[in-house]
Design a protein around this ligand. Structure first.
Ligand SMILES: [Zn+2]
Ligand SMILES: [Zn+2]
Length: 152
């Protein structure tokens, strides 16, 4: 049962990430997300990294309270958010943006497709008119393109 809550939370977080990216980061918190598009911050960190801290709060709270009060479901929610955060970091910051040179490239069509989609997101430098706000789920055409490329 708790594993089901964990998995559901993980996939629900993709929706939360998409929604937050589209309506909050490209909305009223654009001031925090902007430097991720314009690369105006010279150092290693971006203001955009604040979102890691923001998303860590519900995860820490639910893990803490779930553990303290022996609530397995709540703990599963917290671990689901944490697992999604780790995947987001590995896919977005390590694989796509190469902030750490751990995963240089991939021939896997899935990873290539989500990278292709996110690079399209970065073609837009401004707040408006974006596309591909999701991370692990992106428009189907990108998967088709990478599948065709692998066959060729
Ligand atoms: Zn964006
Ligand atoms: Zn990005």
């Amino acid at each position: 049962m708790n594993i089901l809550i964990f998995v559901t939370t993980f996939f629900f977080m993709e929706f939360v990430a998409w929604f937050t990216h589209k309506y909050v980061m490209h909305g009223f918190l654009w001031s925090l997300h902007e430097d991720h598009h314009t690369h105006t911050n010279p150092g290693f960190f971006e203001k955009n990294d604040a979102f890691f801290l923001i998303f860590a709060i519900p995860s820490m709270l639910t893990i803490l309270l779930g553990s303290l009060y022996g609530l397995g479901g709540l703990l599963a929610i917290g671990l689901g958010i944490l697992a999604y955060g780790i995947c987001y970091f590995l896919v977005h910051d390590v694989f796509i943006h190469q902030r750490f040179k751990w995963l240089r490239n991939s021939n896997n069509f899935y990873f290539r497709a989500i990278r292709r989609a996110h690079k399209l997101h970065h073609k837009h430098m401004g707040k408006e008119d974006g596309e591909c706000f999701g991370m692990l789920v992106v428009p189907f055409r990108h998967f088709l393109k990478e599948l065709k490329r692998n066959k060729a």
